[in-house]
Design a protein around this ligand. Structure first.
Ligand SMILES: [Zn+2]
Length: 287
């Protein structure tokens, strides 16, 4: 089952920008001498180069582009291309394509005070909570939406990040935030909480903001991601105990029942949070 599912996953994730970003299925149409591609939020020329195999200069020339900055919604012609390669980076990571509304909240320090500013990482139920301010000084961007209350929780894994295995958890989180901000143009890391391998739980995007972790289903949805790839194996007992205690505490805080905790794969086409961790989640829900 793994092989089949993961192959499908790769294809689906690889096409996620086309299929889910704006519901514009069909606009990316093949053409006898090439294909058309509608630029999505976060696309860059180097990204299209990787996926089409065309040189950046070829894409620029074929579309008479005067700027290297791609505007979302622009229809580009990709000469000689019948199909885009899978998004190799997206296939490795837990990537969702999220068309974020921009109901701009002014970006000020006062807006960005998190729930946990004054918590000095006490142990509560088997984990230590680390505030966002402990790993970044950067404010959440203005392109966010208010959460307006939590009604469900969605569990993710981060996936295997090439070359990140030896990095401390904080550095992994910084890199995910950097990817989500710089490549995806999101307000901050997409997840609200990240469960580290060290049994610390890191605040990502403050929970008063909607996350960007489940395409089109981020409203009132708390995103919790576990560092690692849990398709084949479970997190360590320590990491799993921290996750379990944190889910208990979050459900209690937001009045969410056990059945209100979902795996990403139940809401989008994704293998996230992996077969092994999803199996654990089903067990957690029925406990
Ligand atoms: Zn996910």
């Amino acid at each position: 089952m793994n092989k089949d599912v993961s192959r499908r996953h790769v294809l689906l994730v690889g096409s996620a920008l086309i299929l889910t970003a704006c519901g514009n299925r069909g606009q990316n149409s093949a053409h006898s001498g090439g294909m058309y591609y509608v630029v999505q939020i976060g696309d860059t020329l180097s990204y299209l180069h990787r996926r089409s195999g065309l040189a950046v200069e070829t894409i620029v020339a074929a579309n008479d582009l005067s700027s290297a900055h791609l505007r979302p919604g622009t229809k580009l012609f990709l000469p000689g291309v019948s199909q885009l390669h899978e998004d190799a980076l997206a296939a490795r990571l837990d990537v969702v394509s999220e068309p974020q509304q921009v109901d701009a909240v002014p970006e000020t320090a006062a807006n960005d005070v998190s729930d946990h500013e004054n918590i000095a990482a006490p142990l509560a139920g088997g984990y230590a909570l680390v505030p966002r301010s402990a790993w970044t000084s950067r404010a959440v961007g203005g392109n966010n939406n208010p959460m307006g209350g939590v009604q469900r929780i969605t569990l993710h894994h981060t996936g295997e990040h090439a070359g990140m295995g030896g990095l401390p958890d904080v550095e992994v989180i910084r890199r995910i935030e950097s990817y989500h901000r710089n490549e995806r143009h999101w307000a901050a890391i997409g997840y609200h909480y990240i469960v580290g391998r060290d049994a610390k739980i890191y605040e990502g995007r403050p929970a008063k903001y909607q996350g960007a972790h489940v395409s089109s289903k981020n409203a009132n949805n708390l995103g919790v991601s576990v560092i690692g790839d849990f398709q084949e194996r479970l997190p360590s007992p320590r990491q799993l105990a921290a996750l379990s205690a944190f889910l208990d505490d979050s459900r209690s805080k937001y009045h969410v029942g056990r059945g209100g905790v979902f795996g990403h794969r139940e809401l989008n086409k994704s293998i996230c949070p992996g077969d092994a961790l999803f199996g654990w989640l089903k067990h957690y829900r029925s406990a």
